[in-house]
Design a protein around this ligand. Structure first.
Ligand code: DGL
Length: 237
């Protein structure tokens, strides 16, 4: 199985890393649109056009299915993209929402990009949902400033202190897991893990990881090394 994934940047690599833990023997083609990062506050029309370019690129790489490893595209354009393309497309948010609906969690916090929070995709009947957009987090994560900006991050998340669980509604945010669990003692929900638990893939024998980015710098290369612990090929698209 050749699996395509895309995001604005390294966030989608957190999803790929979850997939690799359970399914190391597949062919993965990833595209990170770093030149257009961040996606989180762009208009829907622009997001649809960027997502279409990413999907066309992955189709040209002969993928069998595509995972939209981006909360922002999943929350704003998934249904329109599904109408446009015939190959199997998976969004990153539905498995998390389905998990929460069935769970016993009642007081749930959600953080995400501006577009994702505005979409109300995480509103679930009969649950107490506290949502907040945290647009400063993506640049902090991409620029490797998590330690430096730790206090700012904790301040932003203070309002969730009484929640039973905090949903990381943007695929970049698993990079903040350590701060949130160790320093703030909050349980977190990773959308990549929910997606992997919802998928049933047949085992494969071929392994391949190809990573394409629209802009590559030293910082990005360091981040990739920290997230993807299997051998990979890196290309500029
Ligand atoms: N990682 C993406 C998401 O899940 C995009 C973040 C951004 O580029 O603002 O929303």
């Amino acid at each position: 199985m050749r699996i395509g994934l895309f995001d604005s940047g390294i966030g989608g690599l957190n999803v790929l890393s979850c997939l690799l833990k359970k399914y190391p023997h597949h062919e993965y083609i990833f595209f990170g649109d770093t030149i257009n990062l961040p996606y989180g506050n762009k208009k829907k029309e622009e997001l649809f056009s960027l997502a279409s370019d990413a999907i066309d690129f992955l189709i040209s790489k002969k993928v069998d299915m595509i995972i939209i490893a981006c909360g922002t595209i999943s929350s704003t354009c998934f249904h329109d993209l599904k109408k446009k393309y015939s190959l199997p497309l998976y969004d990153i948010i539905s498995p998390t929402v389905n998990y929460l609906i069935k769970s016993n969690y009642h007081d749930i916090g959600v953080i995400g990009t501006t577009r994702t929070i505005e979409s109300n995709i995480f509103m679930i009947n009969k649950k107490n949902i506290l949502m907040k957009s945290t647009p400063s987090f993506v640049p902090i994560i991409e620029n490797n400033q998590i330690e430096e900006k730790r206090e700012e991050i904790e301040e932003e998340l203070k309002c969730f202190k009484n929640c039973q669980i905090l949903v990381l509604g943007c695929t970049h945010y698993p990079m903040l897991k350590k701060i949130i669990t160790d320093n703030m003692h909050l349980e977190v929900l990773d959308m990549g893990e929910c997606l992997v638990n919802s998928l049933e893939l047949n085992n494969n024998t071929d392994s391949l990881i190809e990573l394409y980015f629209s802009k590559i710098d030293e910082n990005l290369q360091k981040n990739i090394q920290n997230i993807i612990l299997f051998p990979y090929h890196l290309y500029q698209k």
